[in-house]
Structures are given as C-alpha cells and as structure tokens.
Design a protein around this ligand. Structure first.
Ligand code: HEM
Length: 179
C-alpha cells in the first residue's frame, strides 16, 4: 500500500500539462498568430495597392544608343536590357533594374558581358560583340538569356552598327506611341 503523498506525481493529468502557464502562453501566441493570418487573408486585398497599369508592349529593334533611353528614368519607367543580342522588357523586374536597384547598371544596356562574367557593370562599347569571352562565360550568358526568355517579353534585336531595324508591323502603332 502506497502512502497518499507518494501517489501525488501520477495525478498530473494531460489537462494539467496543457494548462501549465508556459503552454497557456504558447496557445495564446498560436491563437493570435492564426487570427492575424486569417484576418490578413480577408483584408489583404483591400490593403495592397493595385499594381500599376501595364505598359503597352513594344516590338522594335534598337541600337545601343536607342536602348540607353530605356533605363527606367523616363516618365513611363520602362526598363529594357539586352542579352546576347535580344532586347527584353524587364519593367516587371523594376525592383532589380530600376533606378537605385541592385542591377540598375544593366538598365538600358547590353548586359551580356556583365552577366557572363558575374560583374554588375555594363559594357561602354558602342557595340560589344563579346568575341573575347570564354566558352564558360558564353554558356553563362546563354543561361541568363534563357531565364529572361521565360520571364520577360522580347522587344526585338540589338542592332549592330550598320544593321537596320526589322519591321514588326502587328505592334507598330503601339511601338511608335511608346518611343
Ligand atoms: C552576393 C552575390 C549575389 C547575391 C546574394 C544575389 C542575390 C540575388 C537575389 C536574392 C535575387 C532575387 C531573385 C528573385 O527574387 O527572383 C537576384 C536577382 C538577380 N541577380 Fe543576383 N545576387 C548576387 C550576385 C549577382 C551577380 C554577380 C549578378 C550578375 C552579374 C547577378 C544578377 C542578378 C540578376 C540579373 C537578377 C534579376 C533576375 C530577374 O530579372 O529575375 N546577381 N540576385
């Protein structure tokens, strides 16, 4: 026969465990967090400002000089950059390329050399044919190009000196409006 005081520890029930001060605090914290999550689900749409209206798409080949205008500092904030001779509209990625962004050096520029060599700096050549890059660097630029093709709209080709712009008649009126 055990004495009553020896049996006392076994009387700690699950309820006692759950209602211990530390667990009560944890439960309150969890309930509060769940409340905040549920509340934000219902109110989220109201608080988030609507995204700015999308700019009209442009389809046009550009020279390096023309490309330079699209560095995000113009009133419409459009940002273009070129990789391997293809110009992409990266305005959606403005937080990367827009003024003050970590990759703003690529805005309005041919970014091929920088992306290939891992340097956030654009070539200042009139036209950079990147013929001096290594096979690895060119492969890296190709990977970046593929990533851009998946994520961003193509604007056209970066024109080499003496090359003339192709006509993209379908979007021509929009293109003229935006340039
Ligand atoms: C310390 C080194 C670096 C860190 C920690 C870093 C980090 C990042 C992060 C977190 C993003 C955002 C990814 C996303 O939200 O989708 C990003 C994007 C990007 N990074 Fe870096 N980065 C580094 C170096 C570089 C270098 C050296 C280059 C090129 C020369 C580069 C080019 C880019 C570009 C172009 C994007 C934007 C891609 C897009 O438009 O979606 N980064 N980087």
């Amino acid at each position: 026969m055990s004495k009553p005081e020896e049996a006392a520890p076994a009387e700690q029930t699950l309820w006692d465990e759950v209602t211990s001060p530390i667990n009560l605090i944890l439960i309150l914290v969890i309930v509060y967090l769940v409340y905040k999550i549920v509340k934000s689900k219902f109110e989220g749409d109201v608080e988030v400002p609507p995204p700015p209206p999308a700019l009209p798409k442009i389809r046009k080949d550009l020279t390096v000089a023309e490309l330079g205008k699209f560095d995000g500092t113009q009133p419409d904030g459009r940002v273009l950059l070129a990789v391997n001779g293809t110009i992409f509209d990266v305005t959606r990625g403005k937080r990367f390329y827009g003024p003050g962004g970590p990759y703003s050096a690529f805005a309005g520029k041919d970014a091929t050399r920088g992306l290939a060599t891992g340097q956030v700096a654009a070539s200042d050549k009139e036209f950079d044919d990147v013929s001096d890059l290594t096979a690895d660097e060119l492969a890296s630029a190709k990977e970046w190009e593929e990533q851009f093709r998946e994520k961003y709209d193509i604007v056209g080709n970066l024109l080499k000196p003496g090359e003339t712009a192709k006509s993209y008649s379908d979007d021509e009126s929009e293109t003229k409006k935006s340039l």
